[in-house]
Design a protein around this ligand. Structure first.
Ligand code: NDP
Length: 333
């Protein structure tokens, strides 16, 4: 049967002559909205997009992070039986609302897997010296395995000085220069949780990394740079792009695996993505309707790629799972 479509919005939908939406499968697969009434040429393009959409794998970070937490929970229980207890100390200065949510989730994560957590909620006016002195005290405590200082800190405290004060053996965030240096030269050490979570997401989703062309968009110390080092460790060919990169779309279109961490809501559209690429969206932003969204325009990009992470429910849940994994790592050693 010949299909007919009358176009109002590009590739976003088509109906056959009986008004039947034969793109329903694609819609279910990637959450696209089908409003289009297209011309024949649009229709053919749509069918191509539809075939790809059906094949797009949505990487479920929530499910994979649960899998990891279950594994860690068992391990924590067996360590407990051997008399080895794990305790994470979480320090928060001030009451930044986003930090409160992150800290609460981290403590909940500890509770879920059955490890201890100590909570230090310090006043906004806490001096740098008071904070450093608490860190020294926790460094010295044998019953504390991991120390996490929630960032950002108030403006009068220097983050770099605080991170350097944490004993690298308890640096479960992986931000200490010694941890970063170890990663750089391929030695064991704590790895920053978000990039470590992305490697785990890719591996557990069956994406092979060796020899792949990987472009990382963003060069921050906590995401972009450690991500590049980890991908290199996995034998990918790595490019880091940033705000001064020329012809950005040309660079990102080379990627078999595109990792986006720029903090710009839905900036990455299909013009930046190679057909069949795996797209990992690290961004956590709010759109104009105050709805959570990533750095990637999911609806636009998903039909084009072979696999993609949604926001929320992609990279986010992995960060806490890897933090808990790092807490265990301090006891495994
Ligand atoms: P930063 O602001 O520290 O870094 C952003 C990077 O993106 C910089 O390297 C910057 O380039 C680059 N950039 C910004 N705008 C552009 C542009 N228009 N074109 C190309 N590159 C650009 O951000 P983070 O790395 O800390 O975070 C990135 C995003 O990831 C945020 O949305 C954040 O909320 C989220 N995030 C999510 C986590 C999770 O658990 N899912 C954890 C951590 C972060 P330049 O260096 O040249 O300025």
């Amino acid at each position: 049967k010949r299909s007919i479509c009358i176009s109002t919005s590009g590739l976003r939908g088509c109906f056959d002559r009986n008004g039947h939406d034969h793109a329903g499968t694609a819609q279910k697969a990637c959450g696209l909205q089908h409003r289009c009434r297209g011309k024949r040429k649009d229709h053919r393009a749509f069918l191509k997009a539809e075939r790809m959409a059906v094949m797009t794998k949505i990487i479920d970070g929530k499910a994979i992070s649960m899998q990891i937490k279950e594994e860690i929970k068992k391990e924590a229980a067996s360590l407990k039986e051997q008399g080895k207890n794990v305790t994470l100390a979480v320090i928060q200065v001030g009451d930044n609302p986003a930090s409160c949510v992150y800290v609460r989730n981290k403590k909940k994560g500890c509770e879920y897997i059955g490890i201890g957590s100590l909570s230090y909620e310090l006043k906004e006016e806490t001096t740098q010296e008071e904070l450093l002195s608490l860190i020294r005290e926790l460094n010295a405590r044998e019953d504390v395995n991991g120390i996490l200082v929630q960032l950002p800190l108030p403006a009068h405290i220097d983050e770099d000085t605080v991170i350097r004060e944490i004993d690298p053996k308890k640096d479960v965030d992986g931000f200490h220069p010694q941890s970063v240096g170890a990663l750089c030269i391929g030695q064991p050490g704590f790895v920053s949780c978000t990039p470590a979570g992305i490697i785990e997401l890719l591996k557990r989703s069956g994406v092979s990394l060796e020899g792949k062309e990987c472009v990382i968009l963003g060069r921050s110390n906590i995401v972009g740079k450690p991500m590049a080092l980890l991908m290199l460790r996995e034998n990918a060919t790595v490019t880091i792009a940033h705000s001064r990169t020329k012809n950005l779309a040309e660079v990102t279109k080379r990627a078999d695996i595109l990792i986006v961490a720029i903090g710009k809501p839905k900036m990455i559209t299909r013009e930046y993505v190679k057909e069949g690429a795996v797209v990992i969206d690290v961004g956590i932003n709010r759109d104009q309707n105050n709805k959570l969204c990533g750095d990637v325009d999911f609806d636009d990009v998903a039909p084009l790629c072979s696999a993609i992470t949604p926001v929320p429910g992609g990279v986010g849940p992995m960060t806490i799972a890897m933090l808990l994994n790092n807490c265990m790592e301090s006891v495994r050693k």
